[in-house]
Design a protein around this ligand. Structure first.
Ligand code: SF4
Ligand code: SF4
Length: 412
């Protein structure tokens, strides 16, 4: 306990910036659902302070309350005092986890899955089989979970062959103008393998040579959210070393959370960042390659902006989606979809409740295509539209770029 108090005291410099104004309440998606002070940044900060001041001693419940967070970062983005809430939560959880250890099965799974991804790749067909027997296909590669353990979820299937198994390596463009690394992240590697394939083919067609890692090392955010900053640091280092070993300016990502983690969370674990520039695939196509595609979609479309999408690039994203559609409507509900990776696994009901709110607006406005450039958001929003039985597709914008530039005939 003494060591814990000492570690938490080291956060004082970060905590002291919080003036307890409560302005984070208005932006916290969880607080706005349950009006529980422990949901919001101020409540969590008060709790950490109470723990190191010795006013409370309950490590287990403090951890539980810190865990009840999507890590959407909305409190941080909107805090008038510039409190680094995400850093505080991750560091405090890491300190508390040293006392209240993860259950052995979670620890083993985490270490196996994240630190040894090649092992995971080797057993991909077993994972695929396991997924198939615990679910039932209900619609075009969307499955409904049979097991109580998986909740009442609609999910996309885990693929038999992971993306890096077939695409790991270098893919040369015929007339190379630029060379980049494409960082797939876990969701594309294991689930949305087709997006990865489309990204490589599309970039090649646009004159970009693409390097794909032979092994997908996670960005580390799931480990960090589970209180294992040591694992996140190790993963970031492996990824940075890979990026820096290649002569490229850009690492292209298609998951804003991977991008955010690679680009920002190195400071939380005192690691110097890679020299490359991390850039979202849509921003890369639009801003670096100067590619525009114009309105060919007749159906009503809309856009969900992921929480970790860099604010300065949001106008680009809106411009892209509004231009590809003849009938584009903005969503009034610009809140978080509620996914949050491990948050969805631990608090499925609350996660679904947030995505269902979005689905209600989708239904009301008759939206038939909902775009969002984040695999996590696609997972959660697909689940919500399936629960409401809506005829709306949830898509990554890369699908539409691929269709417009390469076309249906080239689909594999
Ligand atoms: S985290 Fe920021 S917004 Fe929230 S109470 Fe503290 S100072 Fe106010
Ligand atoms: S990160 Fe998001 S969910 Fe967590 S406290 Fe901040 S606003 Fe709430």
């Amino acid at each position: 306990m003494k060591r814990l108090i000492h570690e938490l005291e080291e956060l004082e410099e970060l905590l002291i910036k919080c003036m307890k104004c409560g302005m984070c309440q208005s932006v916290c998606p969880l607080y706005n659902e349950n009006f529980f002070e422990g949901s919001v940044a101020r409540g969590k900060i008060n709790l950490i302070e109470s723990l190191y001041e010795g006013n409370i001693k309950d490590v287990k419940n403090t951890l539980k309350i810190l865990d009840y967070c999507i890590l959407c970062g909305r409190c941080e983005k909107n805090c008038p005092s510039g409190v680094n809430t995400v850093e505080i939560f991750l560091k405090a959880k890491s300190s508390l986890r040293k006392i209240k250890k993860l259950p052995v099965y979670q620890k083993t799974l985490l270490e196996l899955a994240l630190s040894h991804p090649s092992l995971l790749t080797k057993i991909s067909s077993m994972l695929h089989k396991g997924f198939k027997v615990t679910t039932k296909e209900v619609k075009d590669d969307i499955y409904h979970a049979n097991l109580k353990l998986l909740g009442n979820r609609y999910i996309k299937g885990v693929k038999k062959t992971f993306f890096t198994s077939t695409y790991g390596g270098i893919h040369y463009a015929k007339e190379e103008q630029l060379k980049v690394i494409f960082y797939p992240g876990c969701a594309i590697n294991m689930i949305y393998v087709d997006w990865g394939e489309k990204i490589v083919k599309l970039l090649n067609r646009l004159g970009v040579t693409v390097i794909v890692p032979e092994t997908n090392y996670c960005c580390g955010i799931p480990a960090a959210t589970m209180g294992r900053l040591d694992i996140m640091k190790k993963l970031l280092k492996i990824n940075y070393d890979f990026f820096d070993a290649h002569d490229v300016k850009y690492v292209v990502t298609s998951c804003p959370t991977c991008n955010y983690t690679l680009d920002n969370l190195n400071s939380v674990v005192d690691l110097s960042k890679s020299d490359v520039e991390f850039i979202d695939i849509i921003v890369f196509i639009k801003q670096v390659l100067n590619i525009d595609i114009n309105g060919h979609i007749k159906e009503k479309t809309s856009l969900h902006i992921p929480c970790h999408y860099e604010s300065c690039y949001v106008p680009i994203l809106i411009d892209v989606i509004s231009k590809i559609s003849k009938d584009f409507v903005e969503l009034e509900n610009q809140d978080c979809c509620g996914f949050g990776g491990t948050f969805n696994l631990k608090h499925y009901k609350d996660s679904l409740s947030l995505s269902l709110k979005k689905a209600e607006e989708v239904e009301k406005k008759g939206i038939k295509m909902l775009f969002t450039p984040c695999p996590g958001c696609v997972i959660n929003l697909t689940d919500a539209v399936m629960h409401k039985n809506l005829k709306c597709k949830v898509l990554h914008p890369i699908e539409i770029f691929y269709e417009a530039i390469i076309g249906d005939a080239s689909k594999n």
